[in-house]
Write a protein that binds this ligand. Structure first.
Ligand code: ROI
Length: 163
């Protein structure tokens, strides 16, 4: 059993509903349980500015799936929720599910790099992650607190709990 952290993001087609539906799909994965989820955060887009704000969150899963099995499952959920591959790099998307951390593993597969390439410097990943795993360490030994200290809470807005 491995503890895995997943980054969720959406800025199209009712992002809050996209994230809620994605969390339900994660909770329903085989050999997997959804351990915790962060609050939802509105965030300014990283990349082209002419796109809607994102809603981001992080979920913790406990899974017996292998990394590439989990990746396949996440890509299936993205497609089921209307994800289309667009030409534009860093353009808007209905749903992004990124494997941020997979236990203590470091993976460099053609389809999957773990820890996720950009997580160390992205406020919309680090702050939700800190909410559910404040004591976390990266596989290279860096603490989440160190990463947060170098990453301002800029352009982020923690959304109130849904009623
Ligand atoms: N920007 C924000 N704020 N949140 C995201 O999830 C996100 N995802 C992306 C790019 C386009 C890089 N920008 C983002 O893939």
């Amino acid at each position: 059993m491995e503890r895995v952290y997943i980054g969720l993001g959406s800025n199209l087609a009712d992002p809050l509903a996209q994230l809620r539906s994605a969390l339900a799909a994660l909770a329903a994965l085989p050999q997997t349980s959804l351990a915790t989820q962060s609050s939802f955060y509105a965030s300014d887009p990283l990349g082209p500015a002419d796109q809607p704000r994102y809603v981001n969150a992080v979920a913790a899963l406990d899974t017996e799936l292998a990394p590439l099995e989990l990746l396949d499952a996440l890509q299936r959920i993205e497609l089921e929720q209307g994800r289309m591959r667009k030409a534009e790099r860093w353009g808007p998307r209905t749903l992004d599910l990124d494997i941020l951390l997979f236990g203590e593993h470091r993976l460099a597969e053609p389809r999957l790099t773990v820890p996720h390439y950009h997580m160390h410097a992205r406020a919309f990943v680090l702050y939700p992650l800190a909410e559910i795993a404040p004591q976390l360490r990266m596989p290279d030994g860096r603490g989440l607190d160190e990463l947060l200290a170098a990453c301002p809470f800029e352009g982020l807005e923690r959304l109130p709990e849904p009623a």
